[in-house]
Write a protein that binds this ligand. Structure first.
Ligand SMILES: [Zn+2]
Length: 108
């Protein structure tokens, strides 16, 4: 089964499954569907050396920034159950994401 669209969306809360940030949770800031990658707040921080640019009011030095992580390394967090698998259900004329454990819709 292959689907191009990721089930994760912006502003979702996800839990990280692997790597140095394993167990961490964060809010999805950005989804990069073409690459199946996400930017998650506070996760996979990388140090970036930036050059000062007074015209754009950028101070030089080392800034921390979120790096991309693979969608396959995260799980969507259900408010009741914690990190869960996502199911899909049609409610009315809308297809919504549901928690596979408790059946609650995960869409706002
Ligand atoms: Zn649930």
């Amino acid at each position: 089964m292959s689907r191009l669209q990721t089930p994760i969306r912006r502003n979702d809360t996800v839990a990280i499954n692997t790597g140095k940030d394993s167990g961490k949770r964060g809010r999805v800031l950005k989804v990069l569907p073409a690459k199946n990658r996400l930017i998650v707040e506070g996760v996979n921080l990388i140090k970036r050396h930036t050059r000062p640019n007074p015209q754009r009011n950028i101070k030089g030095g080392i800034a921390e920034q979120e790096g991309r992580i693979s969608v396959s390394n995260v799980a969507l967090v259900c408010g009741t159950c914690g990190p869960v698998r996502i199911g899909h259900e049609v409610r009315g004329d809308r297809k919504v994401r549901v928690c596979k454990k408790c059946g609650t819709t995960l869409d706002k």
